[in-house]
Design a protein around this ligand. Structure first.
Ligand code: NAD
Length: 496
């Protein structure tokens, strides 16, 4: 397979034991560019035999990788960082072709991926053990931090580069081997690209294996493989529950980052300019296809009308169109089924009594048959029972819900099974903090919007948004084991 980083390179191979090999099935899956709807390349349609070969290679390679000195493991990740910089333009273009990411989305993805790889590069030297005093005379307790073994990484399509990176890089840095299964909507930027980058970075054969195939065909085998010690899954809550149960049966650690239904709370005394700047970014960046984007705007009744009017104006000004156009902010939805689901949520929310302020329809693109671009949409008079508010929508939709008291705002924000991220704008920092503490979510951002990820800061969802921690030491704990070795330095006094 050629090592070039363009969409029309040969991507139709799995990456197993350091080799680009065809799938055992001999079949391929087409990859469509969501902006143009053209088939741009093909990837393998994996089968269980490919999955088994990947785990066999990962299990075989892990021990000698874990024995490499910290400086050597860090060096590979440092090399990877250099390659992310060298191939920035090519990777941005791959994201545009594969998932409809605008150039700005591509650059943001590379920045976040670089942050995660940078943090991962520190892990080998930070993996320290400790000692603990013993209750038994003459005993020395030593605690060693060791890699778990084989880490399975299953990633989604929305921000494939950085979401695969945040699990793959630290797992490898800590001395594990990895089997990576990307989404079939992002098989390259979430998967096969990693094979090329890590190979060029000097990772030994078998430490990273990439298997591409439909979740419905190979997903269960990946999630339940007996060689898997950790399953690091990012995706929907529905699939995540199933994957966690398969991992659990196998006693593999489930590290699950799932869906969200995030609230942006704006009080009556908030700085509306800042609240609306945050609202526009938090709702519409990457067409709202972000797990931590704003799903619901919860706005005090005293500023509600002005907020709706200003948000609508700003939504109508956003550049909408093909992700290939430099200035585009709102590009295409990933595929037809997701687009239709978005439009259906809007239609049913309006039928239930909401007002469609703007959007709610597809935007035709010249020369494109059946465009996937959905116009930025603002809905007012929304209540929590309506489909656009009670479901996790993954599109450029901003439902605005009024509230009258702080307690009501907190109650509305928490009226969901999810608990991923959120944001609060309030003039009084004390009130903002009260609301932030009251919100049952893993992350809340005051006087900002909910989309934040910093590789050195712990990130985790609660409730239906996941179990286990990501980023830095939190993820290091998921992919390592603490081993207790005690040394009895003098004869012990046993009772018999
Ligand atoms: P998805 O759940 O449909 O798919 C996620 C991954 O699971 C894909 O690789 C898919 O192929 C795989 N999969 C499907 N069936 C499987 C099975 N039976 N066994 C094993 N794997 C299987 O999610 P998606 O549509 O790719 O991504 C969007 C979802 O991801 C949204 O719900 C979003 O909120 C969530 N997400 C969460 C975070 C977070 O950090 N919490 C980040 C990004 C996305």
């Amino acid at each position: 397979m050629s090592t070039e980083f363009t969409i029309d390179a040969d991507w139709a191979s799995q990456y197993i034991d350091g080799e680009f090999v065809p799938s055992e099935s001999g079949e391929t899956i087409d990859v469509e560019d969501p902006s143009t709807r053209e088939i741009v390349t093909e990837v393998p349609a994996g089968v269980e035999a490919d999955v088994d070969a990947a785990y066999e290679a990962a299990a075989e390679a892990q021990e000698s990788w874990a024995e490499q000195p910290p400086a050597r493991r860090a060096e590979v990740i440092q090399n990877l960082l250099g390659l992310l910089e060298e191939y920035e333009e090519e990777i941005t273009s791959l994201l545009t072709h594969e998932v409809g990411g605008s150039p700005a989305m591509g650059q943001t993805s590379i920045q976040i991926a670089t942050d995660h790889a940078g943090e991962a590069a520190t892990l080998p030297r930070r993996m320290k053990g400790e000692t603990a005093a013993s209750n038994i005379p003459g005993k020395e307790n030593r605690l060693y931090r060791e890699p778990k073994g084989v880490v399975t990484v299953i990633s989604p399509w929305n921000f494939p580069l950085n979401l695969s990176m945040r699990a793959v890089a630290p797992a490898i840095a800590a001395g594990n081997s990895v089997v990576l299964k990307p989404s079939t909507n992002s098989p390259i930027t979430g998967g096969l690209l990693f094979a090329k980058l890590f190979e060029e970075a000097g990772l030994p054969e078998g430490v990273l294996n990439v298997v591409v195939g439909k979740g419905s065909e190979i997903g269960d085998r990946v999630a339940s493989h007996p060689e898997s010690d950790v399953v690091a899954f990012t995706g929907s809550t529905e699939v995540g529950r199933h994957v966690a149960s398969l991992a659990g049966e196998n006693l593999a650690v489930p590290a699950m980052e799932l869906g969200g239904n995030n609230a942006h709370v704006v009080t009556g005394d908030a700085d509306l300019d800042r609240a609306i700047d945050g609202a526009v970014f938090g709702s519409f960046v990457h067409q709202g296809q972000v797990c931590i984007s704003i799903n619901r705007h919860i706005v005090h009744e005293s500023v509600y009308d002005e907020y709706v009017e200003r948000l609508t104006e700003r939504a109508e000004e956003l550049p909408v169109g093909s992700a290939h156009d430099e200035g585009t902010v709102v590009g295409p939805i990933i595929d037809e089924s997701q687009r239709d689901e978005m439009l259906d949520y809007v239609e049913r929310t309006v039928e239930a009594g909401a007002t469609l302020e703007t959007g709610g329809e597809t935007v035709d693109l010249e020369g494109v048959d059946d465009s996937l671009v959905v116009a930025p949409t603002v809905l007012s008079d929304v209540t929590m029972e309506m489909p656009a508010a009670c479901n996790e929508h993954f599109g450029p939709i901003a439902p605005v819900i009024p509230f009258s008291t702080v307690d009501e705002a907190i109650e509305l924000a928490n009226d969901t099974e999810y608990g991923l991220s959120g944001s609060v704008h309030a003039g009084d920092l004390g009130v903002a903090e009260e609301i932030a503490h009251g919100m049952e979510t893993g992350n809340v951002h005051i006087n900002d919007q909910p989309i934040n990820d910093e590789a050195h800061v712990p990130f985790s969802g609660i409730g239906a948004s996941g179990v286990g921690g990501y980023n830095s030491d939190a993820f290091l704990d998921e992919v390592t084991e603490t081993k207790w070795i005690s040394v009895q330095t003098e004869p012990r006094d046993y009772p018999f």
